[in-house]
Design a binder for this molecule. Sequence first.
Ligand code: HEM
Length: 481
Amino acid sequence: MRKWVIVISKPELMKEVFQRADTFLKSERNEHKISKAELKFIGYDNLLYEIKEAHLRHRRVSNPAFSHGWPPELFGKLAIELFEVMDKASEKRELGGFENQGAHLRHRRVSNPAFSHGWPPELFGKLAIELFEVMDKASEKSPTFDIFHFIKSFALDVLGLATFGYNFRGIRGIRKSGSELEKAYLTAVYGMSDMKYVLFPILEKIPGFRRPELFNRIDYLNGVMLDIIKERKQNLKFKKVNNDDYDGPRDLLYYMLKAEETQDDSKSRLTTEELLNDMKLFLVAGHETTAIALVAVIYFLGMNQECQEKAREEAIRILGDEKKNIIPNSEQIKELKYINMVIKETLRIHPPAPVASFRKAQKDTRLGEYAIKEGTILVPQIYASHHLEESWEESYKFKPERFANEKDTANKYLPFGGGNRICIGMNLSLAEQRVFLTMLVRKYFWKITEPSIHKDELQVKPTLFGLAVPKNLEVDFERRY
Ligand code: HEM
């Protein structure tokens, strides 16, 4: 039987769908088509795919873990590590490509005559193929300024530490000295989201398409993370979680184990396997989303130099202009009014998760002025909602000032969804963005490298989870110190 699918862009209706979670229930777990690799990696028994009581059980344990403050040093120290890698990369680039003007003229004088005759097309064709091969190899080896690659490593390192006290060394991974676990994680994530294998799971059985290495890596990753959880559980049992003598990391795992202790009923607890799945889910759900947000902020400030300058002025006013990296403290972060507006406006104009999960009407009902039949699928279209002209004047224009007054935007701004399935990592991600951006504007001036495919709009590539991942975005950074 054919079913209605309704795309929702009006913010008040979307909010209602999120709020009436029992009537507009998130699709059942078996309605999410996932690859065999994803099944093995995060499975269905996790906060993302569970619904009703099982979802509540995950949320009950995870909520307290996410609802405490995040020490700014967590993000700040990693930001400094990333800046060092970026500086090294820019040095390499200068050596590889750019000469000063006088030297350039000298080269031109000799080269110009050599270029002024006709060329057989095959020469280009054959050489282009050769060049593509070399470029592919080179891009594996040396860093370029596709900034997404850099930021993603940073976001992964933050999440590893925030989730289970583990440093993936993703930033060092840019220089090819990351950890085995980083490699295993990246292989697992890319492997599980390969669209071919989601659409045609039979490929996993066909010689030439099978991916034994991928599944080995997932096993390895699962093993290491499981050991960490078991060891931590054991450790906490001896030390008793509430005692002050606990000196291990205060990460999500710690707070989740602590929350587990307070569940008297064993049925409300999570099994070790479920806990493990949630840990991995946090990495997957928080890694690319935050990296997209940060890259988008770099893009919009690169395209809007006056906004970049205002953000810098604020960072300097609050942190001072000593020529060294300074991690803002919690009090200083609260003072970051303009930078906060920049982050909000970026998440409005370029929401990293442009579409929330489909909901399904559980009975005949009304939604605003619309009659909805049982079984109707509802698609919360966050991107469309953030670009409705009736809600956002000049909606495609980057204007952080829209967020000067919280009250003007509260009812129509939904980058993290809403209701009982609102993004659990929202505050972690926002804290990370505030620290990172403040430090970035103090350290660098930047602009988008020209010519750019992003001249008119930030271009994105298609991805399995529908995330708005920017296509290769090249940025020129100039150090302030
Ligand atoms: C800018 C960054 C982020 C954005 C824009 C974002 C966006 C969203 C949205 C829109 C949803 C709701 C989906 C729905 O209702 O179907 C969601 C859910 C979720 N997010 Fe995020 N997210 C971000 C960062 C994070 C981080 C850092 C984590 C974890 C560390 C995380 C973990 C999750 C999880 C586990 C869910 C499912 C919650 C549930 O169903 O109860 N997200 N996110």
